[in-house]
Design a binder for this molecule. Sequence first.
Ligand code: ADQ
Length: 466
Amino acid sequence: MTRLVVISNRVAPVDEGQTNVGGLAVAVQAALEKTGGIWFGWSGEKTRRRQHSPNLTERDRLTFATVDFTERDLREYYEGFSNGALWPLLHYRLDLAQFNRRDYLGYMRVNDWLARTVARLLEPDDLIWIHDYHLFTAARTLRRLGVRNRIGFFLHTPFPPRELFVALPWHAELLEALSACDLIGFQTEADLAAFHDCLQADDDFEMLEDGTVRAFGRTVRAAAFPIGLDAGNVRKLAVRHNRSRTLRRLKNTLGGRRMIISVDRLDYSKGLADRFRSYAMLLDVYKELDGKVTLMQVAPPSRTNVHGYSEIRTELENLAGSINGRFADFDWAPLRYLNRSFSRDILSCFYRAADVGLVTPLRDGMNLVAKEYVAAQDPENPGVLVLSKFAGAAAQMTDALLVNPYDHDEVANTLYRALRLPLSERRRRWQKLMDGLIANDVHRWQQDFVDVLAGSGDPKSGSFGS
Ligand code: ADQ
């Protein structure tokens, strides 16, 4: 059987039982556990000296191949270009993007080094699958080294409209490097269309009849593969921990109040400040909810050294303080704001205990929390998902209550509606959402991508994850 070699910025913690906070890690781990293969990338550790061969750890059919980064790698490639320039750009936040030539050169240097290091592990039949915006240029280096294997790339974030993308001084160079891949996957049809639109600026661009495109002297296939989750596993965890001590403690402290839950990495793209304002509006307008509802926001800090992240943290602390200051009573805090992560088991039983899952990113590639919330529900008495229109997940999860996260009135009114939705409607909506999650789980996502990459799947035979 062909081996799968996954290359991503960060390899999930190799030690079993550690929590993965991040959608990519969760999805890649689930996919690789099924097929076996190699997962290559950063260990999460720092080093002073450049490493030329990776550390290898075997677990079941999986080899974790990791390298350490230097301070300079982290500063220029990771914090600088990947998270200071590309992440905001890909999330339509030009105002936060910092374009800096030194960081860009550092990004290219690290992509180059990672590609050279992984190349030594490759065998001729391996399928290579590169993940995410940290590694836009790695495929080009692999080609320059003479690697002829099939190479796929999947972008976990949105792809922005051309008018925004061209603000990046090196946009054409990145597109050219990416076209060294055989297959490029996106989360949604809208991202795919924006990417095609960008490629059209190349003189060589041609859309071919079989759905592939010619650009930069190569033929590339691009398609949408909406990512899913291991829905059965989330459901199992939620059921298994339904009687856990943590859940009992949570329920005791709620004292019969309704609970709304939100879980995100602390990131400006996730829309936490707008969410808090919408929640304040709910409490302000619907006085009968006084003392009767709690929003639990779980948000572990991420990327604390990157521009824009400490500002959002301060803003949220102020907002949380002012909401509790304004509405709380001696026996009730309307907002529980937790800057920490929880194990997947605990999260899934928190989801199940919540009447509403509130997922309102301002822009998101997919958003796995929305899917996890649905998968964890009790079919007899399911909660309601309130979901941003600007999450990639909204294209599939049309039975959620969809909202514009910038419109605080709309979010507040929809929350109120969600808290009062009759059981029959909750069940009807949940069943449709759950059917979609099961039909389009992470294994199908992985299988669809790998089949098309290997040349045996036909993206024109149907759209993926519809
Ligand atoms: P992320 O931006 O990390 O992923 P998301 O899809 O929501 O976003 O995934 C977050 C994951 O981390 C979920 O599995 C969640 O359970 C977990 N998580 C978050 N907060 C946690 C906490 N406090 N404790 C424990 N676990 C926590 C990127 C893109 C997304 C895309 C994914 C997958 O930005 O748009 O959906 O990749 O492609």
